[in-house]
Design a protein around this ligand. Structure first.
Ligand code: PLP
Length: 408
């Protein structure tokens, strides 16, 4: 008899986006004439930078000729891309990261999900609340948690983000081994300072823990005082893995290219307390289960680092950041406290009411879709997330509609 992995039965079905879709459909059916503006999902709306498109085409053309055709590439990614990343994203910022510490992949979602496989079943895991749900669900699937009770899995340590701490959680009150951090944060849009991040790095060093640092929204940071990578923090190389993605940096959500940084000195331990290099374990896992990102996609990603690509990607993000500033300004002027929207594409709005009630109000009265904060965890109750990923026209129209709906 074939048996299932019963850990899957513990998963709380994520009704969030299904529920949103259902409510949107019902509203549209009742008001077919009304054009809904979607500021809910975190997907980009603008096309790829022209430099990426050209390199993408070139990569495809190379596959058409026997002289330039490529079969399997290195599982870890082509050197041409790894070298550009190391130079531009890390060394140029004073972060000591080499090309062979970078693993190219087809997504930060898969990487943040897959990485936990190289750690023991017994580790104590800390996750933020509110949270990007992948961190939690992948550990549930792996059998590292108990059952869910009132929206929280037993066995996980929840790092609470609140109004009081500005959604930068305090260190856990009990020992933890693996710590998920995400800045600029999804869903709250909060950013972390160097001093705040150093507290976590020092904690990890003192406790022989490891930080999984998700920097998928790093490119939205414009404030030079904020860290662009955890490796700007002294001592992070031994205790942190960083996840990055071209999805939001350069509009690659449908093209798929990302990378994970595992420094060669990053350390974990066996039951006897002996040190092991995480780089070797991840290299083994990646090489065994992954066969690399397609050549044209890696060429397109490389083009992000050309002078034209840099300017075009920056302009793309500037557009979203202007949307974010507009949303934050409008919601603040309507009297709502907001987090994020600066150095981040997300605005986390304290609705001072039930998350779903605020969602319904904006949908029914303004025809605008946001995401109820309660869908991201217990600490998200009372908030909504508004995403800046849309055209300026749509964002302006959405804000005008929200203003008149709330006035009415
Ligand atoms: N990490 C965070 C925090 C995200 O919000 C997302 C996507 O929304 C991802 C990772 C996934 O990135 P990718 O498209 O590279 O899989």
């Amino acid at each position: 008899m074939i048996k299932i992995n019963e850990s899957y039965l513990k998963l709380q079905a994520s009704y969030l986006f299904i529920d949103i879709a259902r409510r949107v459909q019902a509203f549209q059916a009742a008001h077919p004439e009304k054009e809904i503006i979607k500021l809910g999902i975190g997907d980009v709306t603008h096309p790829l930078p022209d430099a990426c498109i050209q390199a993408f085409h070139q990569g495809v053309d190379e596959m058409a000729s026997a002289a330039t055709f490529r079969g399997y590439g290195p599982e870890q990614g082509y050197a041409f891309l790894r070298e550009k990343i190391a130079e531009h994203d890390f060394q140029a910022r004073g972060a000591d990261i080499a090309a062979d510490e970078i693993f190219i992949s087809d997504g930060a979602k898969c990487d943040t999900g897959n990485i936990q496989e190289i750690f023991s079943q017994e580790i104590r895991i800390a996750v933020p609340d509110p949270v990007y749900p992948v961190y939690v669900d992948t550990n549930v699937m792996a059998g590292r948690t108990g059952a869910a009770e009132e929206g929280r899995y037993k066995g996980l340590v929840y790092l609470e983000g609140t109004r009081e701490n500005g959604f930068i959680p305090a260190l856990p009150g009990e020992p933890v081994d693996l710590i998920y951090l995400c800045y600029p944060n999804n869903p709250t849009g909060a950013t972390i300072t160097r001093e705040q991040l150093k507290v976590w790095v020092d904690y990890a060093r003192e406790n022989r823990s490891l930080i999984l640092y998700d920097a998928a929204y790093e490119a939205f940071i414009r404030d030079p005082a904020l860290p662009r990578t955890i490796y700007e923090i002294e001592g992070a190389r031994e205790v942190a893995i960083e996840f990055r993605s071209f999805s939001k940096t350069a509009g690659f959500t449908g093209t798929r290219c990302a990378f994970t940084v595992v420094p060669k000195v990053c350390t974990a331990y066996d039951t006897a307390g002996e040190k092991h290099l995480v780089h070797a374990l991840w290299n083994r896992r990646h090489g065994t289960k992954f066969n690399g990102v397609s050549y044209p996609v890696q060429k397109a990603a490389e083009a992000v680092y050309s002078p034209e690509g840099q300017a075009q990607a920056r302009a793309l993000i500037d557009g979203y950041l202007e949307n974010a500033a507009l949303i934050r300004r409008e919601m603040s002027s309507l009297g709502f406290d907001c987090v994020g929207g600066e150095n981040s594409p997300y605005i986390w709005v304290d609705g001072r009411r039930d998350s779903w009630a605020f969602f319904d109000l904006l949908l029914n009265e303004a025809g605008v879709v946001c995401t109820p904060g309660a869908g991201f965890g217990r600490c998200g109750e009372g908030y909504i997330r508004i995403s800046a990923f849309n055209s300026r026209d749509n964002v302006e129209a959405a804000m005008a509609r929200i203003r008149s709906a709330l006035a009415g």
